[in-house]
Design a binder for this molecule. Structure first.
Ligand SMILES: [Zn+2]
Length: 409
């Protein structure tokens, strides 16, 4: 091609300068697609809880790949199999979890997240009634950098788990995670802006279940290509498979803690503070666009939610210290309702399947926060922005009320 030189990072391995277009080069691209209907298979295993079999901790990974799928998804599948094997060993030793642990191997993720979406819709009622969290691992190891995305309620829990799992480089995952983010980071960062692109979507956006997505990543240039193979994983991605094993340990410890906890460790004051910062952002956009929208009542609702989040954890810890099981359980049950309270049954304008009012993907999979309100603001639609502000405020108040029901007399 004859355009300007391509950026340094795009230069390839041949002894010439890689350039951008336009041509004179012409390319004849022939695309062959199969268009047929085929069966897909989810494989779902359950380890039934002894005390609370209706409460579920769900672990999932997809099994289909674009080509060989060395990293995406087979590294994650190896970690899932290993996690399930470890739970199987525990069970054979006579142990059983308090809650039910579900291990899911999804099919057809690469085809619009189909396997997990169908299962989530099929099990919607049971999941909404009792799922504590969905822990997704797509690719478990394309490198050695731990990375976690999750709803803000889970960030503290994910850091706590990282403190107790060894990293293959020595020390804990928490320590190496913090190191890779530079010494200035007080706490390693969990990405809380969730878009889409893996199987957690149905759980968060349709069912309102707290989700996390975990990986060890690195320079992974072979993603979704024919070169993402066993050979690449074996020689480049994770020689020795240490990070595959580390992910299995991390995943198992997280699942075990959720399956055994006295009350689910969801931190909603952190979530509310995060939402307050989204309100600031959206208010700036609205005022740039000269829209007249009052953010006061949404802010007030977020403050109420923040306070309720704090008080509910205090109440749970006090009740636990006093061995007051009934009060602990009351807080626990209230915590299970909060993420669900952020859904609106009518969904987002033009795409009603997406019901979560704090997070949604853009069409590109990029994250969109306060999606219903933000889309109204971005469309300069004054009237819609007012009604979306109202819906959002109601959702935040529902979330606060759900928490308050757990500790108020
Ligand atoms: Zn994948």
């Amino acid at each position: 091609m004859t355009g300007p030189a391509a950026p340094q990072a795009w230069q390839g391995g041949l002894p010439l300068t890689y350039r951008l277009g336009p041509g004179p080069a012409k390319l004849h691209l022939l695309i062959e697609n199969d268009r047929e209907v085929r069966s897909i298979w989810n494989v779902v295993g359950r380890l039934r809880g002894m005390e609370k079999s209706d409460e579920w901790v769900v672990l999932g990974n997809h099994r289909d790949a674009w080509v060989f799928g060395g990293v995406d998804p087979s590294s994650g599948t190896a970690s899932l199999m290993e996690t399930a094997r470890a739970f199987g060993d525990l069970k054979r030793s006579g142990w059983k979890p308090r809650r039910t642990v579900v291990f899911a191997s999804w099919d057809a993720e690469e085809f619009t997240l189909t396997g997990s979406t169908e299962w989530g819709e099929l099990e919607a009622e049971r999941l909404k009634a009792g799922a504590l969290a969905y822990l997704n691992v797509d690719s478990s190891a394309s490198g050695n950098r731990f990375s976690a995305s999750a709803v803000p309620a889970l960030t503290r829990f994910l850091r706590d788990v990282a403190r107790s799992v060894p990293d293959p480089s020595g020390g804990s995952i928490y320590e190496s995670w913090r190191r890779t983010e530079g010494s200035k980071a007080q706490e390693p960062e969990v990405t809380t802006r969730l878009g889409s692109g893996s199987d957690y979507t149905v759980f968060l956006n349709f069912l309102g279940i707290p989700v996390a997505d975990l990986t060890f990543d690195g320079p992974y240039g072979v993603y979704h290509s024919i070169y993402d193979s066993f050979t690449w994983v074996d020689r480049v991605g994770d020689p020795g498979y240490y990070y595959h094993a580390a992910m299995a340990r991390y995943w198992a410890v997280a699942a075990l803690r959720l399956a055994e906890c006295d009350f689910v460790p969801l931190d909603y004051s952190a979530y509310a503070r995060e939402v307050e910062s989204y309100l600031d952002e959206t208010e700036r956009t609205a005022s740039e666009r000269k829209l007249q929208v009052n953010f006061g009542s949404a802010r007030e609702a977020a403050k109420r939610w923040e306070r309720a989040g704090r008080l509910s954890l205090e109440a749970a810890n006090q009740a636990l210290a006093a061995s007051d099981g009934a009060s602990v359980e009351r807080v626990h049950q209230s915590l299970l309702k909060v993420e669900r309270a952020l859904l609106d049954p009518a969904g987002l304008a033009g795409r009603p399947w997406f019901k979560h009012l704090i997070y949604a993907p853009r069409p590109t999979y990029k994250p969109l926060v306060l999606p219903a309100l933000t889309e109204a603001v971005e469309a300069n639609d004054q009237k819609l922005a007012l009604s979306e502000m109202d819906r959002l405020t109601q959702a935040l108040n529902r979330a606060a009320a759900a928490l308050e029901s757990g500790f108020q007399k």
